[in-house]
Design a protein around this ligand. Structure first.
Ligand SMILES: [Zn+2]
Ligand SMILES: [Zn+2]
Length: 307
């Protein structure tokens, strides 16, 4: 096996991004390039700044890249390893649970690059850092509008929360436009959860990304996600915790696998991991893969995935 390293500096031509370096070009050719090419996200280039090494770089071409970053993958409360729900996808932030703002700042993404915030529902593990995000944007002297996409009931709650947390209107110099998903031309459906939770389906050139938020198992979810490329699902619980899942209107990893199979999704991401189940990633994989035979990822904070 070749040894892999992440070079400390990216060649300037990449404009940043990931590099994977291998001294073994054959290995690179056979085991990495083909699958990665199939994702259409990478290009293979000769090393220019390390000519002494027989090495090639896989350059993550950020200009062409469509990817997402998990900013929080825990359910209900944050832990040392996982913040609550949040995903950065292009210029969209999807859910802003507790700790998401910390991971967003740590990710190095510019707050100004966010144009839309999609909110699934009003449980605090999905909106806990909402006011903090608005304040952080105001502190950066943001002037361009921010669009908040959600249900009408969630919009009403968020407006109230901004007021209850004494956000001075004069402090926020940008427009916060609360809109419905149809105004943003994004497909949505309500899930099996209380309060009302909206799942969203985003179209990309390479296939659709479906973010479910919180839900109990349901065929409705599979129908909504039919044929998507990447399905991000509530997988709060594991086998033996079905009654907890039923009471709290969440899913198990096995439920997620079943829903993904029925949806014929290409890839499945398990997230909203219950804090009590930390360290059980192998069980999550095993239980979801009992029915779903596509690629499964148990999401981790700061993990990036191509879409
Ligand atoms: Zn939740
Ligand atoms: Zn919830």
């Amino acid at each position: 096996m070749p040894s892999w390293e992440i070079p400390k500096e990216a060649p300037s031509s990449t404009g940043g991004g990931f590099l994977i370096l291998s001294a073994d070009t054959n290995h690179l050719q056979n085991s990495l390039v083909e699958p990665i090419k199939s994702l259409g996200q990478f290009s293979l280039k000769e090393s220019r700044d390390r000519p002494a090494q027989i090495a090639k770089y896989l350059l993550l071409d950020e200009a062409r890249m469509t990817g997402l970053t998990f900013l929080g993958t825990s359910g209900s409360v944050l832990t040392k390893e996982r913040m609550c729900a949040g995903i950065l996808f292009e210029d969209k932030l999807i859910d802003v649970g507790f700790g998401v703002l910390v991971n967003l700042v740590k990710s190095g993404a510019r707050l100004d690059s966010i144009n839309d915030v999609y909110i699934s529902h009003t449980h605090s593990d999905h909106i806990g850092d909402f006011t903090g995000l608005i304040w952080a944007m105001a502190m950066e002297n943001r002037t361009k509008p921010l669009r908040i996409v959600s249900s009408a009931s969630t919009a009403a709650a968020l407006k109230k929360i901004l007021g209850l947390q004494s956000t001075p209107p004069s402090f926020v110099k940008f427009e916060i436009a609360f809109v419905r998903p149809e105004d943003a031309s994004v497909k949505w459906v309500t899930t099996i959860h209380d309060p009302e939770n909206l799942a969203y389906r985003f179209q990309t050139e390479r296939g659709d990304l479906v973010y479910i938020g919180d839900t109990a198992k349901s065929e409705k979810i599979s129908e909504f996600a039919r044929g998507c490329d990447l399905l991000i699902l509530d997988a709060t619980f594991l086998d033996g915790q079905e009654s907890l899942a039923a009471v709290t209107l969440h899913s198990t990893a096995r439920d997620a696998g079943n829903m993904a199979k029925l949806a014929r999704a290409r890839r499945l991401v398990l997230t909203h991991i219950s804090p009590g189940n930390e360290g059980a990633e192998k069980r999550y994989l095993a239980e979801a893969s009992a029915s779903f035979d596509g690629r499964i990822v148990v999401a981790k904070d700061h993990q990036r995935l191509p879409v």
